[in-house]
Design a protein. Sequence first.
Length: 353
Amino acid sequence: MVDTDNRPDATAPEAPEVLDAEPRPKHARRAKAARAPATEVSPVETGETSSSRALVPFTPPKTPALVGQLGDLEAFMRAADRAPMLSADEEHDLAVRLRDENDLEAAQQLILSHLRLVISIARGFLGYGLPYADLIQEGNIGLMKAIRHYDPDRGARLMTFAVHWIRSEIQEYVIRNWRIVKLATTKNQRKLFFNLRQLKEDPQYALTNQQAERIALTLDVKPREVLEMEERMYGQETSLDAPTGGSSRDDDEGSFTPSDWLTRESDEPEAVLEEENRMRLEGEGIQKALQALDERSRRVIEARYLHQDENGNVKPVTLQTLADEFGISAERVRQIEKLALRRMREALSNEDY
């Protein structure tokens, strides 16, 4: 009977770091095993029973992109078919060697003997339009994670234990890459994402409220979540930079992009408020503040801050020009300007501007 405790949690740990390592010859492995006992954490030290002893983490052998290494997908699948199947005793022996001796050659044999399982599971995700080779490669990652956490003494075969890890890794890949925007982040959303297409009666038509309620009851979710996931899965994505309109592809006249609809920085509340304050100061407020100045100070402020050119743009008069006009130095004009600004701030403060 398969021990259900051997089944992994829904949240799989991170994949172990992959290191370059060459498989050791069998005679070297046996010699090392004879010199030193198998490495494991003592149950006494961990406070665990022998059935739940802590296992020494292993580093799986470096497995390159197998599909790319063999040239094409067909070559990879032929190589997987040629890999020998393992008996229960052989699988147990390899898993024990991997656990106790960190035997990378044993890990490699376990991986190669279960590539058929990865291919079979990946085939079930072809309906999402993602490359078959990528699905298989993600499944290979899940297989390596499963081997990393597999305990041969629990009684379950590696194939039974690895199914969850392989499927979870492929599902994560599908969710990340099926659309630009990630579709499923919660448990209920994932459940809907991978089951809605099968439960939907006709993919060409939108769900009715009655159909949504039936699917929600089947999956134990809310009808609103069903309708939201349907809209996410079957709605079209629009690039903010994709041009729309125009009579032809080469004709930019009359075309625009959705980003043109976005709010400009000048329309932000802070920018609008700042502009309103500026206009108010240039209007009634600035005129009242100017009345608090003597004639020469008022002339300096108007020339430095309110003077406009023929195009209506503010163009400050230089300090030297004002100095020549009043027959004083440019430094004296700067001092008059500084004092006038302080008097204006005081006047505006008194008037609650």
